[in-house]
Design a protein around this ligand. Structure first.
Ligand SMILES: [Zn+2]
Ligand SMILES: [Zn+2]
Ligand SMILES: [Zn+2]
Length: 104
């Protein structure tokens, strides 16, 4: 009778109680369960910041940034108000598209 059955069935099945998916708050570093919209610790929004590509160096920068953190290029085109009619034109425009006044 060679009964070789061990008693390993009840092996420790412990798993880390920490959920695998956590979102780290960018503001305070606290971890929140994924799907949480706002940090439970500081209230900061946990939504990922949209990224834009720098037109100059192609680095990914947060869409809220005005200048590329990598090369310093301006990311958001500025608008110029026409001094005469108030129409907005993209920066670099030389003459107002509405009234033709020289902008720069
Ligand atoms: Zn936080
Ligand atoms: Zn850049
Ligand atoms: Zn104008």
């Amino acid at each position: 009778m060679g009964l070789a059955m061990g008693t390993t069935m009840a092996e420790q099945m412990r798993r880390p109680t920490t959920p695998e998916r956590l979102v780290v708050c960018q503001g305070c570093g606290a971890t929140n369960p994924i799907g949480t919209k706002f940090c439970g610790n500081c209230g900061k929004s946990l939504a990922p910041v949209p990224k834009v590509k720098c037109p100059k160096c192609k680095a990914e920068v947060e869409a809220t940034m005005k200048f590329c953190g990598s090369c310093g290029a301006k990311l958001k085109p500025e608008e110029i108000d026409c001094p005469k009619c108030g129409a907005k034109s993209p920066a670099g425009t030389k003459f107002c598209g509405e009234c033709g006044k020289k902008l720069q």
